[in-house]
Design a protein around this ligand. Structure first.
Ligand code: SF4
Length: 113
């Protein structure tokens, strides 16, 4: 194989790999958005896992998320709608998260306690 053909082959392979990964992430995000409200969000599901989701903010990996603090938890997030124990998260299609949870999409609700 000539060098230019090899280069073109490698560029095409990289493009296909990138497109495949992007499609998988997009599919996982859409699956979350399409989830039925009322389902519980799981730490084990691929998309929440990729977002660092934990049921308890105290178990977040400090090495991986150095800006995380234990003052960040779902019931203080703008995307949380629920009571003191659990609520729906609009980021994950209305799935139920515990008030103590956390993911890297946390956005402080300034009016939350
Ligand atoms: S987006 Fe907010 S409410 Fe939803 S899981 Fe992440 S921290 Fe919790």
């Amino acid at each position: 194989m000539k060098n230019s053909n090899r280069r073109i082959f490698l560029i095409h392979s990289a493009a296909i790999t990138s497109a495949t990964l992007a499609t998988q992430v997009y599919a996982a995000e859409n699956k979350m958005k399409a989830a039925a409200p009322g389902e519980r969000l799981s730490e084990a599901d691929s998309y929440p896992k990729s977002m660092g989701f934990k049921l308890d903010t105290k178990s977040v990996d400090k090495t991986r998320y150095p800006r995380h603090t234990t003052e960040q938890y779902c019931s203080r997030c703008q995307l949380y709608e629920g009571n003191a124990n659990e609520g729906e998260c609009s980021f994950y299609g209305g799935r139920i998260v515990p008030s103590t949870g956390w993911c890297k999409n946390f956005k402080l609700n300034k009016s939350a306690a």
